[in-house]
Design a binder for this molecule. Structure first.
Ligand SMILES: [Zn+2]
Length: 316
């Protein structure tokens, strides 16, 4: 990467962000628009075009050598299309082709947002220096990505590491994906809040019934709130243990709003991991909070673009 810059796009259900990222991972220029998530495909694309136009107004733009896109999934990197669950107007939307046209033919690389976050954490964050890592975002949904043998592993369609839809409860609740007992169905923020409410927890005077409010109640000693986080931790631990047993990871990095609960999540998670990660080669597995914060999507999309297109040969 050296002196060249990569343009990055981070496409989510609430915002579309773009940035120019240098070889040290610094975001030099950024632009952002709300995602018109309920609008037509072209309206959503219009927001993408706007952030790219704003970026290309920078004198630094001419140094951009590629565009990396991290998008809410599912994505299909082999076809260059995206179908974000929370953006119904985009189904098999040819995002790579459209962005390629908008940027005058620069190479465009697409990965899922979980893979992008993983690229960021491996490049500059909590998974730095680890050759085998699972990185996860636990938030409204549960996403993830893998680093294997020192390299980002996006998989053929850019979705590898989709741990949120690994089933850890064979006869569990139906998941919107069509399966049952998925990690996401148990451990996502809305499901932590739902389970606490169903078991009798009530929000405070401010009416905040989010997972963050459940975490605050747990910190204050509310047993129902504690139990809801323990159940989420158990599901995450089972999913992490399954991943570690399959592909031998050294570290699991967890970010996203739910990870902001800190020890309310991480303490029961580490306990549960001892129950599920039992074989000798997974017992040393480390669990760590993510450190890249809200810029992980952009920095990771840039890193993924460079790493995937160059086979990881770039000095990042
Ligand atoms: Zn599912």
């Amino acid at each position: 990467m050296h002196t060249d810059l990569v343009a990055a796009l981070d496409i989510g259900g609430t915002k579309i962000a773009a940035g120019l990222v240098d070889g040290s991972g610094a975001l030099l220029v950024r632009a952002q628009r709300p995602t018109p998530a309920r609008e037509s495909a072209e309206k959503v694309m219009g927001a993408v075009t706007e952030v790219l136009a704003e970026l290309s107004g920078s004198p630094l733009w001419e140094r951009a050598t590629a565009v990396g896109i991290g998008s809410a999934g599912p994505v299909d990197a082999s076809a260059g299309t995206v179908s974000p669950v929370n953006v119904p107007g985009w189904r098999d939307f040819p995002l790579v082709e459209r962005v390629g046209k908008a940027v005058g033919g620069l190479p465009v690389e697409l990965v899922g947002d979980g893979v992008a976050m993983t690229a960021a954490e491996h490049w500059l964050g909590a998974a730095r220096g680890y050759d085998n890592a699972l990185c996860m975002v636990v938030s409204t949904g549960v996403g993830g990505g893998l680093v294997l043998g020192g390299k980002l592993h996006p998989g053929p369609t850019g979705n590898a590491g989709h741990i949120g839809h690994v089933s850890v409860d064979l006869d569990g609740d139906l998941c919107p994906c069509g399966s049952r007992g998925c990690v996401e169905r148990i451990a996502s923020g809305p499901n932590i809040a739902r389970r606490a409410l169903e078991a009798g927890w009530r929000p405070g005077p401010d009416g905040d019934a989010s997972a963050a409010a459940v975490a605050a109640a747990a910190r204050a000693g509310d047993q129902v709130a504690i139990a809801s986080f323990e159940r989420a931790a158990q599901a995450l631990a089972a999913g992490i243990a399954a991943t570690a047993t399959l592909v031998e990871i050294d570290i699991a990095v967890i970010g996203g709003g739910v990870a902001g609960a800190g020890d309310i999540l991480f303490a029961p998670l580490r306990r549960a991991l001892r129950q599920y990660a039992t074989l000798s080669f997974v017992q040393q597995l480390t669990v760590a909070p993510a450190v890249m914060g809200t810029d992980a999507g952009l920095v990771g999309a840039a890193a993924a673009a460079v790493r995937v297109s160059s086979g990881g040969a770039v000095a990042v």
